[in-house]
Design a protein around this ligand. Structure first.
Ligand code: SF4
Length: 176
């Protein structure tokens, strides 16, 4: 196991979470669960991150931000969808302005459901992510790491009501 796998740095991004899952992420960092003792550090800089941990669902406002952050994280990297909103859109899935889970914007490696997700489940997801990270590190060294581009066609995720894309109807209404 490499030094990075022993000491992964993660970047936490709140896409549109209700803050429930974010509080649990914070619980992982504070003395009760204290993941720093395992070398897991929460960084604010995508260029320093190995693991991208996202809470909340994807919408028209945050999709580009999410994709830009993802692209700034150097390979190899792992994405964890943290909480049911990040996995599928959760209780916000049917909202007019919600596109769905994080995989509507970027490739997701580990789905960690829960509402709110428990700290133990977050730590478990990170450990699962470490195995994937290690595998990708070897692939990168051997020049066989396949590119994993962001999602460019979000039409499938867009809500269709009476034959009209809701996001486009909202945009049109705002332009009037
Ligand atoms: S999964 Fe539950 S706690 Fe987490 S962001 Fe969604 S609604 Fe909030």
């Amino acid at each position: 196991m490499t030094a990075t796998a022993k000491s992964p740095w993660l970047l936490h991004y709140d896409a549109s979470s209700c803050n429930g899952c974010d509080i649990e992420v914070l619980a992982c960092l504070t003395p009760m669960y204290d993941v720093e003792r395992f070398g897991i550090i929460n960084t604010g800089n995508p260029k320093h991150a190995d693991i991208f941990l996202v809470t909340g669902s994807v919408n028209e406002q945050n999709i580009k931000v999410l994709q830009q952050i993802y692209e700034q994280i150097p390979d190899p990297k792992v994405v964890i969808a943290c909480g049911i909103c990040a996995c599928t859109g959760g209780i916000f899935r049917e909202c007019y302005n919600t596109l769905g889970g994080v995989d509507n914007a970027i490739p997701v490696d580990v789905y960690a459901p829960g509402c709110a997700i428990r700290p133990e489940a977050i730590i478990d997801a990170v450990v699962t992510g470490l195995g994937i990270l290690e595998e990708r590190r070897s692939a990168l060294k051997e020049n066989r790491l396949a590119p994993r581009p962001v999602v460019t066609d979000v039409t499938a995720a867009a809500k269709i009501v009476d034959g009209v894309r809701v996001d486009e109807a909202v945009k049109a209404a705002l332009e009037v």
